[in-house]
Ligand binder design. Structure first.
Ligand SMILES: Nc1ncnc2c1ncn2[C@@H]1O[C@H](COP(=O)(O)OP(=O)(O)OP(=O)(O)O)[C@@H](O)[C@H]1O
Ligand SMILES: [Mg+2]
Length: 321
């Protein structure tokens, strides 16, 4: 059975069309990623899936239960880790979990056992009695994950689980999610970190301006780039490039900064002489040329267009590799 079914969901906020006829299914046991830039509609979709907002039209089913018509049954099946942590600042980690467990009607003995296990698994054992207001962002997020798991749901929804966290905290959380998935839990997360989707998810949907552009495995998405290479060129000074000049030889040109460009090509040797001529004619020098294999970012750009912030992040990623 499908863990999650999204059937023709539309969501309007006044004049804003946040979701535009979204259709999507996620199988039980899958690790699914919803990838999209800011404002794409990721949080809106998570809120609809978890019954926090009603869609303008369309339906969502959680393990076959209609979220709007059978909310109690649907809600027992999933846990939610929202974008902004929903744990109570004045309560201790322990009391937060006890409170959540009571809400779900979990018997007392069981409550304590589960809370202990979860706090252990999330590396919060030593801090059970600390009030949450003393917690770091990463600890808060981990507690929010524990709270979302206390009723042993079959599906876990997470809205940007690692955003705002440092590398170490992010890595810890990713490992916890992998482990949960290995044990059979369906994971549905949103992210704008392509690297995260690539590392974790079995399938990825790219959402842009409320529309699903593509759904596939990260591997297939990468392979779907016809171009085998991306060629990065840095000139010695800012330049304007006449795209038409290069269009016959490459499928896309992206400006990464004032004097840095990326060309998507099937064979870099075809475009190199042109670049040399171009530089010569304009009195420019080529400071560096780099060929790169496509990564998931390139697919993202292909479907959503370039985002300057993303370009910057891509740079960091490229050079980390
Ligand atoms: N409560 C609201 N009232 C009005 N408009 C809203 C509301 N919530 C979201 N929107 C709009 O809906 C669109 C989608 O927003 P949403 O928060 O779902 O995007 P997102 O993909 O989660 O973005 P981010 O990556 O920034 O979290 C945006 O245009 C946003 O301004
Ligand atoms: Mg969001």
């Amino acid at each position: 059975m499908d863990a999650v079914q999204i059937i023709d969901v539309v969501k309007h906020y006044g004049n804003v069309l946040a979701l535009d006829h979204v259709n999507l299914s996620v199988k039980e046991g899958e690790f699914f990623g919803l990838l999209g830039p800011n404002g794409a509609g990721k949080t809106t979709l998570i809120r609809i899936l978890t019954g926090l907002t009603a869609p303008t039209s369309g339906r969502t089913l959680i393990l076959g239960y209609d979220v709007l018509n059978e909310p109690v049954k649907a809600k027992k099946q999933f846990g939610l880790v929202p974008e902004i942590s929903n744990v109570y600042d004045d309560l201790t980690a322990w009391d937060n979990l006890m409170f959540m467990a009571k809400l779900y009607g979990i018997p007392e003995r069981e409550r304590e056992e589960r809370a202990m296990k979860l706090l252990e698994a999330l590396g919060l054992r030593e801090r059970v009695d600390s009030p949450v207001k003393q917690f770091s962002k990463g600890m808060r997020r981990r507690l929010a994950i524990a709270a979302a798991l206390i009723h042993e749901p079959r599906i876990l929804f997470l809205d940007e689980p690692t955003s705002g966290l440092d590398t170490q905290s992010s890595r810890f959380i990713r490992e916890v999610l992998r482990e949960l998935n290995r044990k059979g839990m369906t994971i549905f997360l949103t992210t704008h970190f392509i690297e995260e989707a690539d590392q974790l998810c079995k399938r990825v949907a790219i959402l842009d301006k409320g529309k699903i552009c593509v759904v596939d495995t990260p591997e297939n998405l990468k392979a779907s780039l016809q171009e085998k290479e991306a060629l990065e060129v840095i000139f010695n000074s800012p330049t304007s490039i006449d795209e038409e000049e290069f269009k016959k030889h490459c499928s896309g040109i992206v400006r990464l900064s004032e004097n840095k460009f990326r060309f998507y090509v099937s064979d870099s040797s075809s475009i190199l002489p042109l670049l040399v001529d171009f530089a010569k004619n304009k009195g420019l020098k080529i400071l560096s040329v780099n060929t790169l294999k496509p990564i998931l970012e390139d697919v993202f750009i292909k479907y959503t267009g370039i985002d300057p912030l993303m370009a910057e992040r891509m740079e960091q990623l490229r050079y980390k590799r």
